[in-house]
Design a protein around this ligand. Structure first.
Ligand code: DAV
Length: 396
């Protein structure tokens, strides 16, 4: 054989035995599996983590601010609507998100991010019915997107400032749709006209929950739902109405059952600082919002055989700014599986709780991120967990 032919032998070998298919680089990223996720605790493989860059103070009707924002922040929102949040706070939160991403990757989880929003949220939003000075952020994928099996559903959100929040996710979601077996669902776009707000709605600290928005058109935030396999638990809130819940149930069909539970909370917006499952048979609950009587009722019905564990009172000091959440954001944790759970690094009482439950808390500093209204559960969308569709709750 001529010497020049010998030189091509390795290439022929490579083609015949396809050794190129297992280069070290490709082994690292692994096969591009199809995405699916049915619950909050099965082993986490891939997650979307939000971005806080570009965060802008929401310009919402004042009744919506009163209904959903802590009273000590109303004045801040009134003065700063449409303006950027303080840059030092954004930077500190962004550093914590990066550290969170580093930890997730070290734990073997693939992390994806939405596009940088640039100045998207600094731009006014105008429809035929209304105008706001700007948007909010893409810090909380949990609010905007609901992952159920291989479906990712874009929520019909009730805050006008969140109308364009889906844009920085579009490239990623289209990639998921093309290459990862995801079915992307756009829910019906609400108009959010002035008539959508309950006429004469008045803020009151003591009264029962009465939503600031009516049931004229379906709205929900994805974060008002908690996934337990075939069963989803939801609360009606200031942003999630009965019509929105019915739309999702009709869309999902018989394989899924959505159960509405109302908690002891007159500012409900997002269920993930109220009840969070850690594994089949175990939920942690907010002791103020889930009274004993409700626990007994749930344990004798839907949650037969489940343990309800009250979380310790939050230790976030009053001096720490929380623009958009109560301190109960301490329980807004993300499970990597039935043992490993991400927890705020300074939150000793929660760390102890998880150790007592036989779990392995993984600490990450996140208080500066909490300032923007969420913690690990809010900041993520768990698009891929092992496991399949199963029934865990006691529904007929
Ligand atoms: O205090 O329940 C949780 C907000 C999560 N986005 C609360 C707010």
């Amino acid at each position: 054989m001529h010497i020049s032919n010998l030189r091509i032998l390795p290439f022929l070998f490579a083609i015949i035995f396809d050794v190129s298919a297992s280069t070290p680089h490709q082994e690292c990223i692994g096969p591009l599996s199809h995405l699916s996720s049915y619950d909050e605790w099965s082993p986490l493989r891939e997650v979307v983590v939000g971005r806080v860059e570009g965060a802008t103070v929401a310009d919402e009707p004042f009744v919506m601010i009163q209904a959903t924002i802590p009273e000590n922040q109303w004045e801040f929102f009134r003065r700063n609507a449409g303006q950027p949040f303080p840059q030092v706070q954004i930077d500190a939160a962004a550093r914590e998100l990066n550290e969170f991403v580093r930890i997730l990757e070290a734990e073997g989880v693939t992390v994806r991010r939405p596009d940088h929003p640039g100045d998207l949220f600094r731009q006014a939003i105008e429809t035929a019915e209304w105008k706001t000075k700007g948007g909010l952020y893409v810090a909380m994928p949990r609010d905007n997107l609901l992952a159920i099996g291989n479906k990712i559903i874009e929520a019909p959100m009730a805050w006008r400032s969140r109308y364009h929040e889906g844009i920085p996710y579009q490239n990623l979601l289209q990639e998921y749709e093309k290459h990862r077996g995801v079915e992307l669902i756009k829910s019906p776009r609400p108009k959010l006209a002035d008539t959508n707000y309950v006429r004469g709605w008045k803020y009151s600290e003591d009264s029962e929950f009465r939503s600031v928005t009516n049931d004229d058109e379906p709205t929900f935030d994805a974060a008002d739902f908690m996934r337990f396999g075939r069963d989803l638990v939801v609360q009606e809130s200031h942003v999630t109405n009965a019509k929105g819940i019915r739309w999702l149930q009709d869309y999902l069909g018989k394989n899924f059952r959505i159960h509405t539970i109302q908690f002891n909370d007159n500012h409900p917006m997002h269920i993930d600082a109220t009840i969070v499952p850690l594994r089949p048979g175990l939920v942690i609950i907010n002791p103020e919002r889930v009274p004993e009587s409700l626990v007994r009722k749930l344990q004798s019905g839907l949650f037969k055989g489940w343990d309800f564990v009250k979380v310790p009172r939050p230790i976030i000091p009053d001096s720490h700014t929380l623009y958009m959440t109560s301190k109960w954001i301490n329980m807004n944790v993300l499970s990597l599986d039935e043992k490993r759970v991400m927890v705020e690094a300074q939150d000793e009482p929660m760390i102890k709780l998880f150790k007592d439950l036989g779990m392995e808390p993984i600490k990450c500093p996140f208080r500066n991120f909490n300032t923007f209204g969420g913690s690990f559960h809010c900041a993520t969308l768990d698009v891929h967990r092992d496991g399949k569709l199963e029934q865990h709750l006691d529904a007929p």
